[in-house]
Design a protein around this ligand. Sequence first.
Ligand code: HEM
Ligand SMILES: *[C@@H]1O[C@H](CO)[C@@H](O)[C@H](O)[C@H]1NC(C)=O
Ligand SMILES: *[C@@H]1O[C@H](CO)[C@@H](O)[C@H](O)[C@H]1NC(C)=O
Ligand SMILES: *[C@@H]1O[C@H](CO)[C@@H](O)[C@H](O)[C@H]1NC(C)=O
Ligand SMILES: *[C@@H]1O[C@H](CO)[C@@H](O)[C@H](O)[C@H]1NC(C)=O
Ligand SMILES: *[C@@H]1O[C@H](CO)[C@@H](O)[C@H](O)[C@H]1NC(C)=O
Ligand SMILES: *[C@@H]1O[C@H](CO)[C@@H](O)[C@H](O)[C@H]1NC(C)=O
Ligand SMILES: *[C@@H]1O[C@H](CO)[C@@H](O)[C@H](O)[C@H]1NC(C)=O
Ligand SMILES: *[C@@H]1O[C@H](CO)[C@@H](O)[C@H](O)[C@H]1NC(C)=O
Ligand SMILES: *[C@@H]1O[C@H](CO)[C@@H](O)[C@H](O)[C@H]1NC(C)=O
Length: 351
Amino acid sequence: MNSLGLTTLCCVLVVVGTLECFSYAQLDPSFYDSTCSNMHSIVRDVLSNVSQSDPRMLASLIRLHFHDCFVQGCDASILLNDTDTIVSEQSAAPNDNSIRGLDVVNQIKTEVENACPGIVSCADILALAAEISSELANGPVWEVLLGRRDSLTANQTLANQNLPGPNFTLDQLISTFDNQNLNITDLVALSGAHTIGRAQCRFFDNRLYNFSNSGNPDPTLNTTLLESLQAICPNGGPGTNLTNLDLTTPDTFDSNYYSNLQLQNGLLRTDQELFSTTDADTIPIVNSYISNQTLFFENFKASMIKMGNIGVLTGSQGEIRTQCNLVNGNSATLATFTSKESSQDGMVGSI
Ligand code: HEM
Ligand SMILES: *[C@@H]1O[C@H](CO)[C@@H](O)[C@H](O)[C@H]1NC(C)=O
Ligand SMILES: *[C@@H]1O[C@H](CO)[C@@H](O)[C@H](O)[C@H]1NC(C)=O
Ligand SMILES: *[C@@H]1O[C@H](CO)[C@@H](O)[C@H](O)[C@H]1NC(C)=O
Ligand SMILES: *[C@@H]1O[C@H](CO)[C@@H](O)[C@H](O)[C@H]1NC(C)=O
Ligand SMILES: *[C@@H]1O[C@H](CO)[C@@H](O)[C@H](O)[C@H]1NC(C)=O
Ligand SMILES: *[C@@H]1O[C@H](CO)[C@@H](O)[C@H](O)[C@H]1NC(C)=O
Ligand SMILES: *[C@@H]1O[C@H](CO)[C@@H](O)[C@H](O)[C@H]1NC(C)=O
Ligand SMILES: *[C@@H]1O[C@H](CO)[C@@H](O)[C@H](O)[C@H]1NC(C)=O
Ligand SMILES: *[C@@H]1O[C@H](CO)[C@@H](O)[C@H](O)[C@H]1NC(C)=O
Protein backbone atom coordinates (compact mmCIF):
# COMPACT_ATOMS: atom_id res chain seq x y z
CA MET A 1 0.00 0.00 0.00
CA ASN A 2 3.05 2.19 -0.29
CA SER A 3 1.78 3.72 -3.50
CA LEU A 4 -1.10 5.25 -1.59
CA GLY A 5 1.34 7.71 -0.12
CA LEU A 6 -0.41 7.74 3.19
CA THR A 7 0.88 8.86 6.50
CA THR A 8 -1.51 7.24 8.85
CA LEU A 9 -1.87 8.06 12.48
CA CYS A 10 -4.31 6.04 14.45
CA CYS A 11 -5.58 7.01 17.80
CA VAL A 12 -8.07 5.60 20.19
CA LEU A 13 -10.91 7.87 21.06
CA VAL A 14 -12.88 6.85 24.10
CA VAL A 15 -16.15 8.19 22.77
CA VAL A 16 -18.92 5.75 23.62
CA GLY A 17 -16.49 2.92 23.23
CA THR A 18 -15.71 3.42 19.53
CA LEU A 19 -12.34 3.22 17.93
CA GLU A 20 -11.74 6.07 15.55
CA CYS A 21 -8.93 6.31 13.17
CA PHE A 22 -7.70 9.56 11.67
CA SER A 23 -5.68 9.43 8.55
CA TYR A 24 -3.48 12.37 7.68
CA ALA A 25 -2.94 11.67 4.05
CA GLN A 26 -0.79 13.49 1.58
CA LEU A 27 -1.58 13.81 -2.07
CA ASP A 28 1.21 12.54 -4.27
CA PRO A 29 1.99 13.05 -7.98
CA SER A 30 2.91 9.35 -8.36
CA PHE A 31 -0.28 8.09 -6.69
CA TYR A 32 -1.45 6.13 -9.77
CA ASP A 33 1.99 5.18 -11.10
CA SER A 34 1.58 1.50 -10.31
CA THR A 35 -2.21 1.28 -10.61
CA CYS A 36 -3.08 3.40 -13.64
CA SER A 37 0.13 4.57 -15.24
CA ASN A 38 -1.52 5.74 -18.47
CA MET A 39 -4.13 7.90 -16.78
CA HIS A 40 -2.27 11.07 -17.72
CA SER A 41 -2.09 10.18 -21.41
CA ILE A 42 -5.77 9.15 -21.49
CA VAL A 43 -6.86 12.53 -20.15
CA ARG A 44 -4.48 14.33 -22.46
CA ASP A 45 -5.69 12.47 -25.56
CA VAL A 46 -9.36 13.20 -24.86
CA LEU A 47 -8.68 16.88 -24.18
CA SER A 48 -6.43 17.39 -27.15
CA ASN A 49 -9.17 15.91 -29.34
CA VAL A 50 -12.03 17.84 -27.81
CA SER A 51 -10.14 21.15 -27.82
CA GLN A 52 -9.62 20.99 -31.56
CA SER A 53 -13.33 21.39 -32.17
CA ASP A 54 -14.07 23.32 -28.98
CA PRO A 55 -11.10 25.37 -27.73
CA ARG A 56 -13.28 26.91 -25.02
CA MET A 57 -13.53 23.51 -23.33
CA LEU A 58 -10.03 24.00 -21.85
CA ALA A 59 -11.30 27.07 -20.02
CA SER A 60 -14.48 25.32 -18.96
CA LEU A 61 -12.52 22.47 -17.34
CA ILE A 62 -10.23 24.80 -15.38
CA ARG A 63 -13.33 26.52 -14.06
CA LEU A 64 -14.98 23.20 -13.15
CA HIS A 65 -12.06 22.26 -10.86
CA PHE A 66 -12.29 25.69 -9.18
CA HIS A 67 -16.04 25.36 -8.64
CA ASP A 68 -15.46 21.87 -7.23
CA CYS A 69 -12.72 22.91 -4.79
CA PHE A 70 -14.52 25.92 -3.26
CA VAL A 71 -17.50 23.77 -2.20
CA GLN A 72 -16.67 21.21 0.51
CA GLY A 73 -13.23 20.73 -1.04
CA CYS A 74 -11.91 19.12 -4.24
CA ASP A 75 -14.14 16.06 -3.98
CA ALA A 76 -16.06 16.01 -7.27
CA SER A 77 -19.22 17.08 -5.41
CA ILE A 78 -20.03 19.38 -8.35
CA LEU A 79 -20.43 16.34 -10.61
CA LEU A 80 -23.26 14.74 -8.62
CA ASN A 81 -26.64 14.94 -10.34
CA ASP A 82 -29.95 15.50 -8.61
CA THR A 83 -31.30 12.29 -7.07
CA ASP A 84 -33.60 11.41 -4.16
CA THR A 85 -30.75 12.13 -1.76
CA ILE A 86 -28.60 14.67 -3.64
CA VAL A 87 -29.46 18.32 -4.24
CA SER A 88 -27.07 19.02 -7.09
CA GLU A 89 -24.60 21.89 -6.96
CA GLN A 90 -25.05 22.14 -10.70
CA SER A 91 -28.17 24.25 -10.27
CA ALA A 92 -26.64 26.66 -7.74
CA ALA A 93 -26.66 30.23 -9.12
CA PRO A 94 -22.95 30.39 -10.08
CA ASN A 95 -23.19 27.05 -11.92
CA ASP A 96 -26.67 27.02 -13.43
CA ASN A 97 -26.60 27.30 -17.24
CA SER A 98 -22.96 28.22 -16.88
CA ILE A 99 -20.65 25.30 -16.05
CA ARG A 100 -19.57 23.17 -18.98
CA GLY A 101 -17.56 20.01 -19.49
CA LEU A 102 -19.56 17.45 -17.50
CA ASP A 103 -19.88 15.29 -20.62
CA VAL A 104 -16.14 15.52 -21.28
CA VAL A 105 -15.39 14.43 -17.71
CA ASN A 106 -17.71 11.45 -18.22
CA GLN A 107 -15.91 10.59 -21.45
CA ILE A 108 -12.55 10.68 -19.66
CA LYS A 109 -13.95 8.60 -16.79
CA THR A 110 -15.27 5.96 -19.20
CA GLU A 111 -11.87 5.60 -20.87
CA VAL A 112 -10.03 5.56 -17.54
CA GLU A 113 -12.44 2.91 -16.18
CA ASN A 114 -11.79 0.78 -19.26
CA ALA A 115 -8.05 0.97 -18.67
CA CYS A 116 -8.02 0.70 -14.85
CA PRO A 117 -11.42 -0.10 -13.36
CA GLY A 118 -12.26 1.32 -9.94
CA ILE A 119 -8.95 3.07 -9.40
CA VAL A 120 -9.10 6.73 -10.39
CA SER A 121 -11.32 9.24 -8.61
CA CYS A 122 -13.47 11.81 -10.41
CA ALA A 123 -11.93 14.52 -8.19
CA ASP A 124 -8.46 13.63 -9.51
CA ILE A 125 -9.76 13.65 -13.08
CA LEU A 126 -10.96 17.23 -12.51
CA ALA A 127 -7.58 18.28 -11.08
CA LEU A 128 -5.60 16.64 -13.88
CA ALA A 129 -7.95 17.94 -16.59
CA ALA A 130 -7.43 21.48 -15.28
CA GLU A 131 -3.65 21.16 -15.53
CA ILE A 132 -3.66 19.57 -18.97
CA SER A 133 -6.07 22.29 -20.12
CA SER A 134 -3.60 24.95 -19.01
CA GLU A 135 -0.84 23.09 -20.81
CA LEU A 136 -2.85 22.76 -24.05
CA ALA A 137 -3.68 26.49 -23.97
CA ASN A 138 0.08 27.25 -23.79
CA GLY A 139 -0.14 28.01 -20.10
CA PRO A 140 1.89 26.75 -17.16
CA VAL A 141 2.68 23.09 -16.64
CA TRP A 142 2.88 21.55 -13.19
CA GLU A 143 2.94 18.20 -11.47
CA VAL A 144 -0.58 17.48 -10.28
CA LEU A 145 -0.89 16.00 -6.81
CA LEU A 146 -3.19 12.98 -6.85
CA GLY A 147 -4.97 10.65 -4.45
CA ARG A 148 -8.18 12.57 -3.83
CA ARG A 149 -11.33 10.55 -3.28
CA ASP A 150 -14.92 11.36 -4.24
CA SER A 151 -17.56 12.70 -1.90
CA LEU A 152 -20.74 10.95 -0.88
CA THR A 153 -22.56 14.28 -0.71
CA ALA A 154 -23.07 17.59 -2.47
CA ASN A 155 -24.15 20.93 -1.02
CA GLN A 156 -26.01 23.39 -3.20
CA THR A 157 -26.39 25.88 -0.34
CA LEU A 158 -22.65 25.93 0.13
CA ALA A 159 -22.11 26.40 -3.61
CA ASN A 160 -24.26 29.53 -3.44
CA GLN A 161 -22.37 30.72 -0.35
CA ASN A 162 -18.77 29.96 -1.28
CA LEU A 163 -18.47 30.78 -4.96
CA PRO A 164 -17.71 34.42 -5.77
CA GLY A 165 -20.12 36.50 -7.86
CA PRO A 166 -19.05 38.68 -10.80
CA ASN A 167 -20.33 41.82 -9.07
CA PHE A 168 -18.44 41.26 -5.81
CA THR A 169 -16.35 44.07 -4.39
CA LEU A 170 -12.65 43.47 -3.80
CA ASP A 171 -13.32 43.07 -0.07
CA GLN A 172 -15.92 40.38 -0.79
CA LEU A 173 -13.50 38.60 -3.12
CA ILE A 174 -10.73 38.69 -0.54
CA SER A 175 -12.99 37.24 2.10
CA THR A 176 -14.37 34.54 -0.24
CA PHE A 177 -10.80 33.41 -0.97
CA ASP A 178 -9.69 33.79 2.65
CA ASN A 179 -12.48 31.34 3.60
CA GLN A 180 -10.54 28.78 1.55
CA ASN A 181 -7.22 29.85 3.07
CA LEU A 182 -6.23 31.54 -0.16
CA ASN A 183 -4.58 34.97 0.14
CA ILE A 184 -4.55 38.00 -2.17
CA THR A 185 -1.62 36.65 -4.20
CA ASP A 186 -3.71 33.52 -4.84
CA LEU A 187 -6.74 35.68 -5.68
CA VAL A 188 -4.85 37.73 -8.27
CA ALA A 189 -2.99 34.74 -9.74
CA LEU A 190 -6.07 32.50 -9.98
CA SER A 191 -8.19 35.29 -11.47
CA GLY A 192 -5.65 35.10 -14.32
CA ALA A 193 -7.50 31.97 -15.46
CA HIS A 194 -9.77 34.53 -17.12
CA THR A 195 -7.01 34.79 -19.73
CA ILE A 196 -9.06 32.16 -21.59
CA GLY A 197 -12.76 31.39 -21.95
CA ARG A 198 -16.00 33.28 -22.34
CA ALA A 199 -18.66 34.95 -20.25
CA GLN A 200 -22.36 35.55 -20.83
CA CYS A 201 -23.70 39.11 -20.91
CA ARG A 202 -25.82 38.55 -17.82
CA PHE A 203 -22.66 38.34 -15.70
CA PHE A 204 -21.44 41.84 -16.58
CA ASP A 205 -24.29 43.75 -18.27
CA ASN A 206 -25.00 45.68 -15.07
CA ARG A 207 -21.84 47.62 -16.00
CA LEU A 208 -23.09 48.70 -19.42
CA TYR A 209 -26.10 50.97 -18.98
CA ASN A 210 -27.01 51.93 -15.43
CA PHE A 211 -24.20 50.90 -13.13
CA SER A 212 -25.13 51.04 -9.44
CA ASN A 213 -28.16 53.17 -10.39
CA SER A 214 -25.89 55.98 -11.51
CA GLY A 215 -27.66 56.30 -14.84
CA ASN A 216 -24.25 55.73 -16.49
CA PRO A 217 -22.00 52.79 -17.37
CA ASP A 218 -19.26 51.62 -15.02
CA PRO A 219 -16.64 54.40 -15.16
CA THR A 220 -13.87 51.80 -14.90
CA LEU A 221 -14.92 50.17 -18.21
CA ASN A 222 -12.95 51.23 -21.32
CA THR A 223 -15.30 53.24 -23.57
CA THR A 224 -14.21 51.40 -26.72
CA LEU A 225 -14.92 48.05 -25.10
CA LEU A 226 -18.17 49.48 -23.70
CA GLU A 227 -19.45 50.26 -27.18
CA SER A 228 -18.74 46.79 -28.50
CA LEU A 229 -20.26 45.16 -25.41
CA GLN A 230 -23.41 47.27 -25.73
CA ALA A 231 -23.81 45.91 -29.27
CA ILE A 232 -23.46 42.32 -28.07
CA CYS A 233 -25.55 42.78 -24.92
CA PRO A 234 -28.66 44.84 -25.68
CA ASN A 235 -30.16 46.72 -22.71
CA GLY A 236 -32.81 44.54 -21.10
CA GLY A 237 -31.91 41.55 -23.28
CA PRO A 238 -31.70 37.98 -22.00
CA GLY A 239 -27.95 38.24 -21.38
CA THR A 240 -27.12 34.92 -22.97
CA ASN A 241 -24.70 36.12 -25.68
CA LEU A 242 -21.06 35.24 -25.10
CA THR A 243 -17.89 37.29 -25.30
CA ASN A 244 -14.22 36.67 -24.57
CA LEU A 245 -12.94 37.19 -21.05
CA ASP A 246 -9.56 38.20 -22.52
CA LEU A 247 -10.09 40.87 -25.17
CA THR A 248 -6.65 40.47 -26.73
CA THR A 249 -5.71 36.75 -26.81
CA PRO A 250 -8.95 34.88 -26.03
CA ASP A 251 -7.72 31.29 -26.23
CA THR A 252 -4.09 31.66 -25.20
CA PHE A 253 -3.03 31.36 -21.60
CA ASP A 254 -0.79 34.41 -21.07
CA SER A 255 -0.48 37.54 -18.93
CA ASN A 256 -2.57 39.71 -21.26
CA TYR A 257 -5.48 39.37 -18.85
CA TYR A 258 -3.50 41.67 -16.55
CA SER A 259 -2.40 44.13 -19.28
CA ASN A 260 -6.06 44.45 -20.22
CA LEU A 261 -6.82 45.67 -16.70
CA GLN A 262 -4.39 48.60 -17.08
CA LEU A 263 -6.46 49.73 -20.10
CA GLN A 264 -9.76 49.25 -18.25
CA ASN A 265 -10.46 46.27 -20.45
CA GLY A 266 -11.38 43.80 -17.71
CA LEU A 267 -14.69 42.15 -18.63
CA LEU A 268 -16.16 41.29 -15.24
CA ARG A 269 -16.41 43.89 -12.54
CA THR A 270 -14.39 41.54 -10.33
CA ASP A 271 -11.59 41.47 -12.90
CA GLN A 272 -11.30 45.26 -13.10
CA GLU A 273 -11.58 45.63 -9.30
CA LEU A 274 -8.18 43.99 -8.88
CA PHE A 275 -6.58 46.98 -10.60
CA SER A 276 -9.07 49.86 -10.25
CA THR A 277 -9.82 49.75 -6.53
CA THR A 278 -8.06 52.76 -5.04
CA ASP A 279 -4.84 51.86 -3.22
CA ALA A 280 -5.62 48.13 -3.27
CA ASP A 281 -2.86 45.67 -2.36
CA THR A 282 -3.75 43.75 -5.51
CA ILE A 283 -2.53 46.54 -7.87
CA PRO A 284 1.22 45.89 -7.42
CA ILE A 285 0.59 42.17 -7.92
CA VAL A 286 -1.22 42.86 -11.21
CA ASN A 287 1.67 45.12 -12.29
CA SER A 288 4.23 42.48 -11.41
CA TYR A 289 2.48 39.89 -13.61
CA ILE A 290 2.36 42.38 -16.51
CA SER A 291 6.09 42.96 -16.32
CA ASN A 292 6.95 39.32 -15.69
CA GLN A 293 4.80 36.56 -17.18
CA THR A 294 7.10 33.92 -15.68
CA LEU A 295 6.19 35.22 -12.25
CA PHE A 296 2.47 34.95 -13.13
CA PHE A 297 2.98 31.36 -14.28
CA GLU A 298 4.98 30.44 -11.16
CA ASN A 299 2.33 31.95 -8.90
CA PHE A 300 -0.53 30.42 -10.86
CA LYS A 301 0.98 26.94 -10.50
CA ALA A 302 1.52 27.37 -6.77
CA SER A 303 -2.02 28.69 -6.29
CA MET A 304 -3.58 25.90 -8.37
CA ILE A 305 -1.77 23.32 -6.25
CA LYS A 306 -2.90 25.13 -3.10
CA MET A 307 -6.49 25.25 -4.38
CA GLY A 308 -6.26 21.58 -5.37
CA ASN A 309 -5.48 20.66 -1.77
CA ILE A 310 -8.60 22.26 -0.30
CA GLY A 311 -10.65 19.83 1.80
CA VAL A 312 -9.51 16.71 -0.03
CA LEU A 313 -10.77 13.29 0.98
CA THR A 314 -8.03 10.68 1.23
CA GLY A 315 -7.35 7.22 2.60
CA SER A 316 -10.64 5.55 3.39
CA GLN A 317 -12.71 8.72 3.22
CA GLY A 318 -15.36 8.98 0.52
CA GLU A 319 -15.10 6.53 -2.35
CA ILE A 320 -13.93 6.05 -5.92
CA ARG A 321 -17.12 6.66 -7.87
CA THR A 322 -17.90 4.29 -10.70
CA GLN A 323 -19.94 6.96 -12.46
CA CYS A 324 -18.95 10.56 -11.75
CA ASN A 325 -22.56 11.80 -11.63
CA LEU A 326 -23.69 9.29 -9.01
CA VAL A 327 -22.65 8.05 -5.61
CA ASN A 328 -21.88 4.31 -5.67
CA GLY A 329 -24.65 2.08 -4.42
CA ASN A 330 -27.24 4.20 -6.13
CA SER A 331 -29.55 1.73 -7.85
CA ALA A 332 -28.40 2.94 -11.26
CA THR A 333 -24.81 1.83 -10.58
CA LEU A 334 -25.36 -1.27 -8.43
CA ALA A 335 -24.43 -3.57 -11.30
CA THR A 336 -20.88 -2.26 -11.51
CA PHE A 337 -20.41 -1.48 -7.85
CA THR A 338 -19.34 -4.85 -6.48
CA SER A 339 -15.76 -5.92 -5.81
CA LYS A 340 -14.18 -2.49 -6.04
CA GLU A 341 -13.94 -1.63 -2.41
CA SER A 342 -11.15 -3.46 -0.72
CA SER A 343 -8.52 -2.48 -3.25
CA GLN A 344 -9.46 1.17 -2.74
CA ASP A 345 -9.42 1.20 1.00
CA GLY A 346 -6.28 2.98 2.09
CA MET A 347 -6.95 2.02 5.70
CA VAL A 348 -7.00 -1.69 5.08
CA GLY A 349 -3.66 -2.44 6.62
CA SER A 350 -3.90 -0.04 9.50
CA ILE A 351 -7.08 -0.79 11.40
C1 HEM B 1 -12.30 35.84 -8.52
C2 HEM B 1 -13.56 35.51 -8.57
C3 HEM B 1 -14.20 34.92 -9.80
C4 HEM B 1 -15.39 35.29 -10.31
C5 HEM B 1 -16.34 36.32 -9.75
C6 HEM B 1 -15.60 34.51 -11.50
C7 HEM B 1 -16.73 34.58 -12.28
C8 HEM B 1 -16.82 34.01 -13.54
C9 HEM B 1 -17.94 34.18 -14.42
C10 HEM B 1 -19.20 34.96 -14.09
C11 HEM B 1 -17.66 33.52 -15.57
C12 HEM B 1 -18.53 33.44 -16.82
C13 HEM B 1 -19.40 32.21 -16.75
C14 HEM B 1 -20.46 32.18 -17.81
O1 HEM B 1 -20.62 33.16 -18.53
O2 HEM B 1 -21.18 31.16 -17.91
C15 HEM B 1 -16.37 32.93 -15.40
C16 HEM B 1 -15.72 32.18 -16.35
C17 HEM B 1 -14.52 31.54 -16.14
N1 HEM B 1 -13.84 31.46 -14.95
FE1 HEM B 1 -14.14 32.61 -13.36
N2 HEM B 1 -14.52 33.70 -11.68
C18 HEM B 1 -13.64 33.91 -10.67
C19 HEM B 1 -12.46 33.23 -10.45
C20 HEM B 1 -12.01 32.20 -11.23
C21 HEM B 1 -10.96 31.29 -10.87
C22 HEM B 1 -10.24 31.27 -9.54
C23 HEM B 1 -10.79 30.44 -11.93
C24 HEM B 1 -9.87 29.28 -12.07
C25 HEM B 1 -8.72 29.15 -11.45
C26 HEM B 1 -11.73 30.85 -12.94
C27 HEM B 1 -11.83 30.31 -14.20
C28 HEM B 1 -12.74 30.69 -15.14
C29 HEM B 1 -12.66 30.31 -16.54
C30 HEM B 1 -11.52 29.53 -17.18
C31 HEM B 1 -13.80 30.82 -17.16
C32 HEM B 1 -14.26 30.62 -18.61
C33 HEM B 1 -15.14 29.38 -18.63
C34 HEM B 1 -15.74 29.04 -19.98
O3 HEM B 1 -15.47 29.68 -20.98
O4 HEM B 1 -16.51 28.05 -20.00
N3 HEM B 1 -12.47 31.89 -12.47
N4 HEM B 1 -15.89 33.23 -14.14
C1 LIG C 1 -8.96 11.35 -31.05
O1 LIG C 1 -9.28 11.53 -32.41
C2 LIG C 1 -8.66 10.60 -33.26
C3 LIG C 1 -8.94 10.97 -34.68
O2 LIG C 1 -10.17 11.62 -34.79
C4 LIG C 1 -9.20 9.21 -32.92
O3 LIG C 1 -8.58 8.24 -33.71
C5 LIG C 1 -8.90 8.91 -31.46
O4 LIG C 1 -9.50 7.69 -31.09
C6 LIG C 1 -9.42 10.00 -30.57
N1 LIG C 1 -8.96 9.75 -29.24
C7 LIG C 1 -9.68 10.00 -28.15
C8 LIG C 1 -9.02 9.71 -26.86
O5 LIG C 1 -10.81 10.43 -28.19
C1 LIG D 1 -26.49 13.52 -15.09
O1 LIG D 1 -27.12 14.63 -15.69
C2 LIG D 1 -26.70 14.89 -17.03
C3 LIG D 1 -27.33 16.18 -17.49
O2 LIG D 1 -28.58 16.37 -16.96
C4 LIG D 1 -27.09 13.73 -17.91
O3 LIG D 1 -26.64 13.93 -19.22
C5 LIG D 1 -26.43 12.47 -17.36
O4 LIG D 1 -26.83 11.36 -18.10
C6 LIG D 1 -26.81 12.28 -15.90
N1 LIG D 1 -26.05 11.14 -15.39
C7 LIG D 1 -26.63 10.09 -14.83
C8 LIG D 1 -25.72 9.00 -14.42
O5 LIG D 1 -27.81 10.06 -14.62
C1 LIG E 1 -24.49 22.56 3.51
O1 LIG E 1 -23.67 23.58 4.01
C2 LIG E 1 -24.37 24.43 4.91
C3 LIG E 1 -23.50 25.65 5.18
O2 LIG E 1 -22.25 25.25 5.67
C4 LIG E 1 -24.70 23.64 6.15
O3 LIG E 1 -25.37 24.47 7.07
C5 LIG E 1 -25.59 22.49 5.74
O4 LIG E 1 -25.81 21.65 6.83
C6 LIG E 1 -24.97 21.67 4.62
N1 LIG E 1 -25.98 20.79 4.08
C7 LIG E 1 -25.73 19.53 3.79
C8 LIG E 1 -26.83 18.77 3.14
O5 LIG E 1 -24.66 19.01 4.04
C1 LIG F 1 0.22 33.92 -0.07
O1 LIG F 1 0.60 32.60 0.27
C2 LIG F 1 1.80 32.16 -0.35
C3 LIG F 1 2.06 30.75 0.12
O2 LIG F 1 0.96 29.94 -0.10
C4 LIG F 1 2.96 33.06 0.02
O3 LIG F 1 4.11 32.66 -0.68
C5 LIG F 1 2.61 34.48 -0.35
O4 LIG F 1 3.64 35.35 0.06
C6 LIG F 1 1.32 34.90 0.32
N1 LIG F 1 0.96 36.24 -0.12
C7 LIG F 1 0.57 37.17 0.73
C8 LIG F 1 0.23 38.50 0.14
O5 LIG F 1 0.51 36.98 1.93
C1 LIG G 1 -23.46 45.51 -8.13
O1 LIG G 1 -22.89 46.13 -7.01
C2 LIG G 1 -23.24 47.50 -6.87
C3 LIG G 1 -22.48 48.14 -5.73
O2 LIG G 1 -21.66 47.28 -5.06
C4 LIG G 1 -24.73 47.60 -6.62
O3 LIG G 1 -25.10 48.96 -6.50
C5 LIG G 1 -25.43 46.98 -7.80
O4 LIG G 1 -26.83 46.97 -7.57
C6 LIG G 1 -24.97 45.56 -8.05
N1 LIG G 1 -25.53 45.13 -9.30
C7 LIG G 1 -26.12 43.96 -9.45
C8 LIG G 1 -26.63 43.66 -10.81
O5 LIG G 1 -26.19 43.17 -8.54
C1 LIG H 1 -31.09 53.67 -13.20
O1 LIG H 1 -31.72 52.84 -12.24
C2 LIG H 1 -32.41 53.59 -11.24
C3 LIG H 1 -32.95 52.61 -10.22
O2 LIG H 1 -33.59 51.54 -10.84
C4 LIG H 1 -33.53 54.41 -11.90
O3 LIG H 1 -34.18 55.18 -10.91
C5 LIG H 1 -32.93 55.31 -12.95
O4 LIG H 1 -33.97 56.00 -13.62
C6 LIG H 1 -32.12 54.51 -13.94
N1 LIG H 1 -31.42 55.43 -14.84
C7 LIG H 1 -31.45 55.27 -16.15
C8 LIG H 1 -30.71 56.29 -16.97
O5 LIG H 1 -32.01 54.33 -16.70
C1 LIG I 1 -26.42 38.91 -29.52
O1 LIG I 1 -25.55 39.81 -30.17
C2 LIG I 1 -26.04 40.28 -31.43
C3 LIG I 1 -24.97 41.21 -32.00
O2 LIG I 1 -23.78 40.51 -32.13
C4 LIG I 1 -27.32 41.04 -31.22
O3 LIG I 1 -27.84 41.47 -32.45
C5 LIG I 1 -28.34 40.12 -30.56
O4 LIG I 1 -29.50 40.85 -30.24
C6 LIG I 1 -27.76 39.55 -29.26
N1 LIG I 1 -28.65 38.56 -28.74
C7 LIG I 1 -29.03 38.51 -27.49
C8 LIG I 1 -29.88 37.32 -27.12
O5 LIG I 1 -28.71 39.32 -26.66
C1 LIG J 1 -9.12 51.45 -24.11
O1 LIG J 1 -8.62 50.32 -24.83
C2 LIG J 1 -7.85 50.64 -25.98
C3 LIG J 1 -7.40 49.34 -26.61
O2 LIG J 1 -8.39 48.40 -26.61
C4 LIG J 1 -6.66 51.47 -25.60
O3 LIG J 1 -5.96 51.87 -26.75
C5 LIG J 1 -7.08 52.68 -24.81
O4 LIG J 1 -5.94 53.36 -24.34
C6 LIG J 1 -7.93 52.25 -23.61
N1 LIG J 1 -8.40 53.41 -22.87
C7 LIG J 1 -8.06 53.62 -21.62
C8 LIG J 1 -8.68 54.82 -20.95
O5 LIG J 1 -7.30 52.90 -20.99
C1 LIG K 1 10.47 36.97 -13.19
O1 LIG K 1 9.96 36.07 -12.23
C2 LIG K 1 10.74 34.90 -12.12
C3 LIG K 1 9.95 33.93 -11.22
O2 LIG K 1 9.75 34.47 -9.97
C4 LIG K 1 12.12 35.27 -11.59
O3 LIG K 1 12.90 34.11 -11.47
C5 LIG K 1 12.77 36.25 -12.54
O4 LIG K 1 13.99 36.70 -11.99
C6 LIG K 1 11.86 37.44 -12.79
N1 LIG K 1 12.42 38.22 -13.86
C7 LIG K 1 12.65 39.52 -13.75
C8 LIG K 1 13.19 40.21 -14.95
O5 LIG K 1 12.44 40.13 -12.71
